[in-house]
Design a protein around this ligand. Sequence first.
Ligand code: SIN
Length: 492
Amino acid sequence: MRTVVVGAGAAGLWCALHAAERGPVTILAPGAATLSATAWAQGGVAAATAPGDSPEAHAEDTLAAGAGLCDERAVAVLTREAPGEVRRLAELGMPFDPAPTLEAGHRARRVLHAGGDASGRVLHRFLADLVEREGRIRRLDGLATAVEVEGGRAVGVRTADGRRLVADRVVLATGGACGIYGHRTGPDTSIGDGIAMAWDAGAALADLEFVQFHPTALDVPGHPSRLLTEALRGEGAILADARGERFMPRFHERAELAPRDVVARAVLRVREETGGPVYLDARGVPDVLTRFPVAAAQCHEVGLDLSLDLIPVAPAAHYFMGGVLTDTWGRTTVRGLLAAGEVACTGVHGANRLASNSLAETLVFGRRAALAEDAPAELPPLPISEPIGPAPTLGLLLPAVRELADRHLGPRRRGPELEAAAERLAAGGVAAGSRSATLVAWLVALTALRREESRGGHFREDLPEPNPAWRLRQVVTPRGWSALPIPATMGR
Ligand code: SIN
């Protein structure tokens, strides 16, 4: 079986390593490691490996974070199989740090790091080295532009320089789409190309209204937002207002370790109330410079010392819970087309992702995609309930998409603004614009507009409460809208 894996982050690399057992594999991705969000991850791999912890407890925490929209089967797969992936990696020599850490929403110390907050970089390098040594995997430097579909089946991939890669199956592992936002914690290039390719191939997409905003991205004018890991707060860092006063206890009983959406909105609120910055105060975290080398280096770059200074922070787009709808084997609604990692939507995150479940997801579902049988996805029927208007054909220029997304598709949304944003994006743009970013932003605006409630990462100021009638997942294809109901026994 010939496999083409599009993308070379953790999901793509881990998938390729396992797919090589079944036949020749080509990984198609642009060369630089920094183009993969994995290499930017500061959290670790969430897996119930510590004594006293269990996959069931991990599953409960994941379901609680997901605000009633998780697919419980996917959550069970993730939490049961994550410890096995960690064990496999450790056996191959992955240098995990000795003790798991605590992050928001986890009731146990279950986040495995490597190199402190350089976990993503270490994992990415480790997997890339394994791939380099695997003779059955070919790496091609290039950009995929389309999945080729014949007779309802994916048969290959087209590249930006006109090549055509023929395959028995195509695995999208292209990462998420936070690059449609100006304020983001990941690579500039994560603009939803994989989501757009799946859409063009006719595959169903799900949960696109749910974007996670990280509350503590470095906020220094003229510098890109950079993630300051939640593990800092897990180890005692606090959030302070412009007067240096701690404020999170007045917003949530879990204070700085409240769910990310709660902390993100509190940060925005306090900035408005005081008219000044909000700071992350990590001065009390023991050995902060050696334990958090990536965060320390990012602060140093802008002339700040994490161990001595208050660090200005603001929310930034961090993770797409939604993406290409898959079953628990990574199979999409197009036969032969699979997806794994942030581009995929297994339902494991529901409306909000639990910290460090994403690297765990790349490993568990990356491997599963490699092992999947060639069969239709195990998904319920998805009858179209309503057509969708014409999608943008030409894109807006990327800065225009980002400006619009920051302004209207952020941590606090409002119906009329979502509507105006959707119209502007649908109107399309120019040949030099980014069609992927425009298409994804348009779908985020539409799904957010349709969801008439607030839940998880999606917050509507005009509809601030959850509505039980919306306990369903929105699914969309070029043919129109459908919905995945959540069985009554699932989630909470
Ligand atoms: C973080 O390190 O704060 C991010 C971890 C994650 O998003 O899983």
